[in-house]
Design a protein around this ligand. Structure first.
Ligand code: ZN
Length: 97
C-alpha cells in the first residue's frame, strides 16, 4: 500500500492505498468535506513500490470513477449535442434539395 494522502493543515492522514488514484479520491473527498473545496497544505506521498498488477475489478472501478467526473459528463453532453446538430443539418440539407 504505497500511497498515503496527508493533510498538513489538519495533521491527518488517510489509510494507505495501493494506487495513486485511490489516494487522489481520498484527497478530493477530504478537501470537499473538511475544507469546503479549498486546497489546504496537503499531498500524496509514496511509501513503497506499487503492486505488480491491478486486479481487473480495481481497474474497472477506476475507469468508472473517471466516467463520473464533471468533465466526462460535459464531454458526453457536448458530443450528444454535436451529433444532434449534424443530424439536423443533414435533414435540413435533404429537405432543401
Ligand atoms: Zn485538512
Amino acid at each position: 500500500m504505497p500511497y498515503v494522502y496527508r493533510c498538513e493543515a489538519c495533521r491527518a492522514a488517510a489509510a494507505p492505498r495501493a494506487w495513486r488514484d485511490q489516494a487522489e479520491r481520498d484527497q478530493d473527498a477530504h478537501r470537499e468535506r473538511a475544507h469546503h473545496g479549498l486546497i489546504p497544505d496537503d499531498g500524496i506521498t509514496r511509501t513503497g513500490p506499487p503492486p505488480a498488477a491491478r486486479p481487473p475489478s480495481e481497474l474497472w472501478r477506476a475507469v468508472r470513477a473517471v466516467g463520473r467526473t464533471d468533465y466526462t459528463r460535459q464531454a458526453a453532453v457536448l458530443l450528444g449535442a454535436g451529433v444532434l446538430v449534424v443530424m439536423l443539418l443533414a435533414a435540413l440539407t435533404a429537405l432543401i434539395r
